[in-house]
Design a protein around this ligand. Structure first.
Ligand code: ZN
Length: 377
């Protein structure tokens, strides 16, 4: 469901994340780690924040990084003070004791990002992040080697490296990192972040300590999502059932559930079914449907919507309960069920469209084609 819940673009994280309130399900881990530091016991040399998107891994790591570096941390156990020299450096993205890979993952205020762009230093990165974000996320061996002087420089005070999307390191980069993990340096801490820890090398995993960020009590998740949505989605009242459905669709990840509720396509699920029916029965042409939907959602959003619908249609066809209880899906599928091969073909079309879009295929063309395929589902 990661795709369907909308990716939180790492480049969009702003500096507020350093000083944001602690997420309710992270309180005990926070106290555990901060108390350890306040009692002058050291933290593990290398920590891993792993698990699916929407659990608040990055929020926790950046908050902890800010606090560890904060000059006033002893008098501010609940989080970085936000005003000392260190906290100011974080805001401007110029902290001398922090290194981040890939660089686009560093939370930075919009104002500073603008300044940097004007001065030209990140203009190139920004441009390429639009065209090839997956390449820019990949950490290469030279990036790891470039960290070595920072790690081995010695001197006073804590130094921190954050390696985001750690699973995207090349093998050579992972091997270079392994050496660093085997030679812990005093006052140096490494934080690895990964949405898909299964893709990390076992040798890396065995040398880092995993942060216990993955268990969220259902009741806490429900309370949090309810509070954050302020009882409304797109100005409509939200029932408890709707909250439970969102959390279930997001595999229990509260931030992903909120992103889902706020996704422009989530309120168009019943509309998708109506279009599908109209296309299949011939009441509407695929060109008309394409024109209509182009005014509703961009193609990426339409694909996310279609993937969720496909997932649930598959479930019902397999005799399982539908995840979405609010759009009469099973009633509709009692009258007609697509074949396995039809489902497969449409799923493939969605995948192919995603690839085509990366190669700059026109949105209208992609929409026309998908509507043609949907008519045969
Ligand atoms: Zn501070």
């Amino acid at each position: 469901m990661n795709d369907a819940t909308g990716n939180m673009g790492t480049a969009d994280i702003n500096d507020g994340i350093y000083f944001a309130p602690l997420l309710p399900w992270q309180q005990s881990l926070w106290s555990q780690l901060t108390e350890r530091v306040l009692q002058q016991q050291s933290l593990p040399h290398a920590l891993l924040a792993a698990g699916m998107q929407g659990m608040g891994k990055r929020a926790f790591v950046w908050r902890l990084v800010a606090w560890l570096l904060c000059r006033s941390r002893d008098s501010h156990p609940i989080g970085a003070c936000g005003t000392c020299e260190s906290c100011q450096w974080l805001r401007s993205g110029t902290h001398p004791s922090l290194q981040v890979l890939p660089l686009v993952s560093m939370p930075i205020s919009a104002e500073h990002a603008d300044n940097k762009e004007k001065s030209g230093s990140t203009a190139k990165d920004k441009k390429s992040s639009k065209t090839a974000s997956s390449t820019i996320l990949k950490t290469k061996v030279d990036d790891i080697r470039a960290l070595q002087p920072f790690i081995y420089q010695g001197g006073q005070g804590m130094r921190i490296c954050v390696l985001d999307h750690a699973e995207k390191m090349t093998i050579a980069a992972a091997n270079a990192l392994l050496k660093t993990l085997e030679e812990p340096q005093a006052q140096v801490h490494l934080f690895l972040i990964s949405d898909t820890p299964a893709q990390l090398l076992p040798t890396i995993k065995s040398r880092v300590q995993q942060l216990a960020l993955q268990t969220i009590e259902p009741a806490i998740a429900v309370d949090y999502v309810t509070g954050e949505l302020g009882h409304t989605i797109n100005r409509e009242a939200v029932s408890t059932a709707a909250i439970h459905q969102l959390i279930q669709l997001a595999n229990g990840a509260p931030l992903a559930a909120i992103a889902l509720a706020q996704a422009p396509w989530y309120s168009k699920r019943a509309l998708w079914l109506t279009t599908w029916q109209a296309l299949r029965s011939g009441k509407r042409s695929s060109i008309a449907a394409s024109d209509y939907w182009q005014n509703q959602l961009n193609i990426v959003e339409f694909i996310q919507l279609s993937e969720l619908m496909l997932l649930d249609i598959r479930r019902v066809c397999l005799g399982l309960d539908e995840l979405q209880k609010d759009i009469n899906l099973s009633a509709l599928l009692e009258a007609y069920q697509p074949t396995d091969s039809g489902l497969e073909a449409f799923a493939n079309s969605l995948q192919q469209t995603k690839i085509a879009l990366q190669q700059n295929v026109q949105e209208k063309f992609a929409y026309d084609k998908l509507m043609q395929e949907l008519a045969y589902l």
